[in-house]
Design a protein around this ligand. Structure first.
Ligand code: DGY
Length: 330
């Protein structure tokens, strides 16, 4: 039996599994994160930590947690955790890949279609009573999607799932960037491995699906956006700081690109001043990529499965630093 801290609401079923396994669970059933000071206090006696992407687990938290053996993040992205510092302390860290792949790809594609066909603008137009008559060339003309070129920045699990939707569902030509060529995907979808510059130059839709790291911070600046076609759209369902939001706003205002759809923001939950007021050809959503009830429950269950495995001395299925796994109960 060990002490486990769950920092925020993850649903009773997942919590119960930890209790049923005999652990002493402190469940903070809240939907807001703790302050850094509160987290540092709360984690003091914990051997296991279940946290969300809004919990920053940095060296200050790790220093305040002398008994901590494992962190189970309820997210696939883990930029909220100092993985190197946790690894140096021998603390196992896990994430929740796979269970959210298709759901997040659905959302990326929903945003792509929403921006291309101006769905939120059309909805607002109707509700404002502005629809007077059918016109051959209405004010809300959109963009074709079928048969266009889709650029995937980061061909991991989610990027591949977005690419499949584009190639198989919408007859799109797929270009992608990745550290190495993905031959199986290339064969399946006819996808082409290209440089970022080539992808930006040729794509009609650019979908960001790469993790947030020091290398991808502000990957999209005005300079990058200027390399895109003026008729192209940017879709970001990865992490906000990959796009410099001030620059994106300037690019939208000046018509550097046609449109953008954002599910994530640079200083989430805030938006860069001016962005919320910019209604034309900009679709925004509050980080809903994986947000279906089923998928979020599966994410919580996956985090708990990882933690229970680690605590029992088994290698967690989604360990991010398996090198620290000792093969003994934690
Ligand atoms: C993640 O898991 O990293 C997403 O951003 C939320 O599902």
């Amino acid at each position: 039996m060990v002490n486990i801290l769950i920092t925020q609401h993850i649903g009773d079923a997942a919590v119960q599994r930890l209790r049923d396994a005999g652990h002493a669970v402190t469940y903070r059933d809240e939907t807001t994160p703790m302050t850094p000071a509160e987290l540092q206090t709360a984690v003091r006696t914990a051997a296991g930590l279940v946290c969300l992407l809004t919990d920053r687990v940095d060296t200050a938290v790790l220093n305040a947690a002398p008994h901590l053996k494992m962190i189970a993040n309820v997210a696939v992205g883990y930029d909220n955790i100092d993985l190197a510092a946790a690894t140096a302390r021998g603390i196992l860290v896990s994430n929740t890949p796979d269970v959210l792949t298709e759901t997040t790809a659905d959302h990326a594609f929903a945003l792509l279609l929403a921006i291309a066909r101006r769905i939120p603008e059309a909805d607002a137009f109707m509700r404002a009573g502005k629809y007077q008559r059918f016109e051959l060339f209405p004010p809300l003309l959109g963009l074709d999607v079928y048969g266009k070129t889709l650029g995937i920045v980061g061909m991991g699990r989610i990027g591949t799932a977005v690419a499949r939707r584009g190639a198989l569902g919408f007859g799109m030509k797929v270009l992608y960037t990745a550290k190495s060529e993905k031959t199986a995907v290339a064969q399946e979808l006819g996808a082409e491995w290209v440089s970022l510059a080539e992808l930006l130059r040729r794509s009609d839709f650019v979908s960001i699906n790469t993790p947030y790291t020091p290398e991808t911070r502000h990957l999209f600046t005005l300079d990058t956006l200027r390399q895109m076609k003026p008729t192209a759209c940017l879709i970001n369902t990865a992490r906000g700081p990959i796009v410099k939001e001030d620059d994106l706003l300037a690019a939208l205002r000046d018509g550097v690109i046609w449109g953008a759809a954002l599910d994530v923001f640079e200083a989430e939950p805030q938006m860069t001043p001016g962005l919320a007021e910019h209604h034309e050809r900009l679709v925004v959503a509050p980080h809903l990529g994986s947000a279906t009830g089923e998928t979020r429950r599966n994410m919580a269950a996956t985090a708990v499965t990882n933690l229970l495995a680690g605590l029992a001395g088994q290698q967690p299925p989604n360990a991010l630093n398996p090198q620290v796994w000792q093969g003994t109960p934690l």
